[in-house]
Each structure stands twice: as structure tokens, then as C-alpha cells.
Design a binder for this molecule. Sequence first.
Ligand SMILES: Nc1ncnc2c1ncn2[C@@H]1O[C@H](COP(=O)(O)OP(=O)(O)O)[C@@H](O)[C@H]1O
Ligand SMILES: [Mg+2]
Length: 238
Amino acid sequence: MSDPLLNLSAAEVDIDGSRILRGVTLEVRANELVALMGRNGVGKTTTLRALMGLRPLRSGVMTLGTTDLVPLDTAARARAGLGYVPQGREIFPHLTVEENLRVSLVTHGIKGSAARDALDEVYTLFPILRQFVARKGGVLSGGQQQQLAIARALLTKPRLLLLDEPTEGIQPSIIEEIGDTLKKLRASGRLSILLVEQYVDFCRAIADRFYAMDRGVVTISGPIADLTDEVVQKHLQV
Ligand SMILES: Nc1ncnc2c1ncn2[C@@H]1O[C@H](COP(=O)(O)OP(=O)(O)O)[C@@H](O)[C@H]1O
Ligand SMILES: [Mg+2]
């Protein structure tokens, strides 16, 4: 088996004096789509934020390929190959689709033909965004906003995409579309995906493996076929 692309080991994070992550260990291999599951408040978002350098680690190991992520700030982690789609999408409602993407290009210092190529690539992946380039982000549907948020994260050509609850608040027909997009991305062989998600059937349809968290630790993990109704009932249901 190949070495993991992402290795997160025994990660501890404190927030306001409380231990929120209590030794999270997980890995993602090249071209894998891995689901990180769990009820509300167990620490899924905190895990992704810690990976992006938005929450300091109290202790633990975090590597992407041969790169130690721990000493790197958020921008350096993006350069090292991490892309992040935050929960709630966080697009700029008063900027157009293209402006939302350009903000990210400027932030990451991507200019000239590299910027044009990056835009062209995401517009090819998400034709609806090309169609709506001049539309304000705030008037897009939830599904379109999610596509914009994913497109924005892809501009830096990440090796690992971190996605936080992309189906939250999105209508079923579009959920399927987002699933197809993620499968297509993974099939392109260019990146791995760590997907935080509570929607079990969505994970079953697209993930290779899963981890389930409870109160700051991983309680069970395995190939997605092991995510049986019994496991869901015991580890994921309220
Ligand atoms: N900014 C914050 N301030 C205080 N507590 C927080 C903050 N962010 C998260 N927490 C706490 O950390 C725990 C895990 O939160 P989070 O990682 O957002 O969970 P999940 O994404 O699994 O729903 C929760 O109990 C939450 O209350
Ligand atoms: Mg969350």
C-alpha cells in the first residue's frame, strides 16, 4: 500500500481551555476520497481548521507527503497543496462569480496566463459558473454557491481538498450533482478528498473509506462497505 498523502496523528486541539480534539488520527492516500463523519459538535470542522492552520495544534503530527505542516501558516499550507472549502461556503455575496474567484487568485499570487488557465479549468469543470460569471454570489442557489466554493479551492491546484459539509442546506437534485463532481475530480487522478459529511447515503455513494468521530476522537473507521446501518446507528445517529 502506498504511503499516505495526509498523515494526521494524535492531534490535540484546545479551544478556550477545553480539549476539543483528544488525539485524532487519520490518513488519506493518493486519489482517495475519505469521509470524516460524526454528529454535530464532535470536532469535524475543528479537525479541518487545524489542518489548515486556523487552529493551533496542542500536540500531534501533521504531514502532507514529505512536508511537515505544523510549522506552516495557512498560506504556506495552501502552497504545499491543501485546498479548503469551509462549512457554510463563505463566498462574497456582493461580488460576482468571477470576482469571487479573482479574489482567491490575488490572495495566492496567481497571475497572467496561470490565472487565465486556472479560471478556464474551473469553468470547464463547472459550466454553470461560466454561464453566471457576472452574477453576484449572493443570488446563486445553494448548489451553485457550493460549486463556486469548490471552484475557488481548486484554483491553487491542491493535492488534497478539504470539504466541510458540502450538502448542508442543498436540495437533493443538486446534491447528486455535487457527488458527481467529486467523483469526477477524484477520477481525474489529480487529487485526494477529505470530505466532512453527515449525509450517510452521500458518503456511501462516493467515498472509498470513512472515519467516524465522537467527542474529539475517531471511534471507528474502515472501507466504506463497513459503514453498515448498525455502525451508523451506534456511531452517527443522535
Ligand atoms: N469558536 C469556538 N469557540 C468555542 N467553542 C468552539 C468553537 N468552535 C468550536 N467549538 C466547540 O468545539 C466542539 C467541536 O466543534 P466543531 O469542530 O465545529 O464540530 P463539528 O464540525 O463536528 O460539528 C463543539 O463542542 C463546539 O462547541
Ligand atoms: Mg462542522
